[in-house]
Design a protein around this ligand. Sequence first.
Ligand code: FAD
Length: 405
Amino acid sequence: QGTHTQSGIVEDCCCDYETVDHLNEEVLDPLLQELVKTPFFRYFKVKLWCDCPFWPDDGMCILRDCSVCECPEHEFPEPLKRPSSLGLSSDDLVCREGKPEAAVDRTLDTKTFRGWIEIDNPWTNDDETDNGEMTYVNLQLNPERYTGYTGPSPRRIWDAIYTENCHKYPSGEFCQEKKILYKLISGLHASISIHIAAGYLLDEATNLAFLFFFAFLLLWFQWGQNLTLLYDRVLRYPDRVSNLYFTFLFVLRAVTKAADYLEQAEYDTGNPEEDLKTQSLMRQLLYNPKIQAACPLPFDEAKLWKGQGGPELKQQIQRQFRNISALMDCVGCEKCRLWGKLQVLGLGTALKILFSGDGQENLAERLQLQRNEVIALMNLLNRLSESVKFIHKVGPGPSISKTMG
Ligand code: FAD
């Protein structure tokens, strides 16, 4: 049974832990797992250059992961460019540098890019203009997991996020909006840590030796769970667990709030069968009677920005979130940068859905999202759902278990 000790209502939300676990297991997780595999949702457009606007290059980009950026398309095996390509993991590609776990694969699928509006998101720093710096990444080939990115570089980024852009609120903090920004980031951070623990590289040395002869088999078996890390970074801090659930419910609320828009959106990738499946999965998620019955309002955004300085506060928090979004360009590990950018864009999209306009007009008529924002939003929801599922399932004891990665 569940490992976290929390019970009752998730702080600042409208549903309790047990309901969230149950809904996630029964409805959300199965649907999301299918959804993120569809051609529409598995390709993410991203600029992966490491051009940090805040401090000079700290060496991580050049020495490690940024050096893999130059992967010409022709280096990829032909089957990997087609949606039906299977079975091969990112680590089987030729285009890779010293740290196999750090490489990012790219596959192009121009057909998935249609009919979406390119309007800047006021909450994020991304310039989505298509140019040579943009690349398409197949997310299924690049799972978010342990990459070996540790030390001063990630520490500096997390520090900059927490100390300059979203302080931990003192207990009794009244400003709900600032509290929410902190909780969203802490929840995301907890989720990243959970994915590192769930997909941990257990033995790098053997991994490289084996790679030479039995790459395929080996890569399958060298990844496992690191429950000590899970406990040390997340489970022993009830507030981090709580913030994860909060973030999950916040993003779920954004998705269900935008249900009419998302239902009407075009999921065309030129593969009618797959596209119908995508549409059907989206519909099952957006108008799911079980979700509506058990947790009709996962988060109540209507009570925010009501105080006297509401508009100014919103601008300030928007600025802080944009800074956090820009900080993703400072992440030294390419794969971490990919998932950092995707998830921060997903959060920015949730913020845009919940907080644009005054809440009075018809959201579906007013809302304009980029295709990439919707991809980020649904993939983020899936990441959070996986994290919630993982900590609900595993035992709390600090130990390392070996399972398939
Ligand atoms: P960190 O996770 O770096 O935490 C730093 C400090 O933040 C902690 O000491 C604690 O005070 C505080 N803190 C930690 N968790 C929380 C929380 N949930 N809420 C509030 N405060 C908290 N590494 C990978 O292997 N794979 C990845 O995919 C990956 N993605 C990353 C994405 C981003 C955007 C960043 C910045 C880093 C990423 N990393 C990734 C690195 C990883 O997050 C850690 O920084 C690294 O593993 C070192 O961990 P640590 O023990 O020093 O603690």
